[in-house]
Design a protein around this ligand. Structure first.
Ligand code: SAM
Length: 219
């Protein structure tokens, strides 16, 4: 049942133009989204909508995740940092694309969710993804520099430590907005000269990035 529902979702995302790159399509086909969803919401696992995952947080809609993955230009062997592990689903998709020759670290500020993500990643075969509990708005210096950084919570502006931790030629994707309502999916690329080139890819809606280089509180 899940296999057919997953395939139908992938076909819709391709038809609507959200998924175009073969390796990202293959990752969406392979990673079992229902294994990352709490049992009360599982029946909606292959609907194109965000779902609650506990602690007041959500797993993003598949079409939004497709936009994030496609605009980041991921490829095998890359070292990728995700901020906001949540359920672990997005980290599993990234892991599927970059493979074990790359590296995936995902940082989550809420301990219970980090544990949830770790459990989900382990049971689906992505136990090699490293889950870290902490404030990801300051990045993860230990594994820097990164080829790609994916922020899955909305920041008031691009967090400086994340830009600093990018490789030359590296890309950072993040929802950015001056308040929680008006957010833009933003890609920042670090050019050969170390400057930052910004492109914007339309509106989006994410929970806030809470931390030293994000929003200071949830209010
Ligand atoms: N990527 C997740 C997935 O695949 O399920 C969904 C992430 S959810 C939209 C955003 C997550 O960012 C939440 O789990 C939230 O707790 C986390 N978050 C917010 N601020 C954070 C911070 N400063 N550091 C790390 N995680 C943070």
């Amino acid at each position: 049942m899940w296999d057919r529902e997953r395939e139908e979702l992938v076909e819709r995302l391709v038809k609507w133009g959200y998924l175009t790159k073969p390796d990202i399509i293959a990752a969406f086909r392979k990673v079992p989204r229902h294994e990352f969803i709490p049992s009360s919401e599982k029946r909606y696992a292959y609907y194109d909508q965000p779902l609650p995952i506990g602690s007041g947080q959500t797993i993003s809609a598949p079409s939004m995740i497709a936009i994030m993955m496609e605009t980041l230009d991921l490829s095998p062997g890359m070292r990728v940092l995700e901020i906001g592990a949540g359920s672990g689903y997005n980290a599993a998709l990234i892991a599927e694309v970059v493979g074990k020759s790359g590296a995936v670290v995902t940082v989550e500020r809420i301990k219970e969710l980090a544990e949830f993500a770790e459990k989900n990643l382990r049971k689906t075969g992505y136990g090699w993804v490293k889950v870290v509990v902490g404030d990801g708005s300051a990045g993860y210096e230990e594994g820097a520099p990164w080829d790609r950084i994916l922020v899955t919570a909305c920041a008031p502006e691009l967090p400086r430590p994340l830009i600093k931790q990018l490789k030359i030629g590296g890309k950072l994707g993040a929802p950015v907005g001056k308040d929680y309502m008006f957010q833009t999916w933003t890609i920042a690329e670090k050019t050969e000269t170390g400057e930052i080139s910004i492109t914007e890819h339309g509106g989006c809606s994410f929970v806030p990035l809470i931390g030293r280089c994000g929003w200071k509180t949830e209010d």
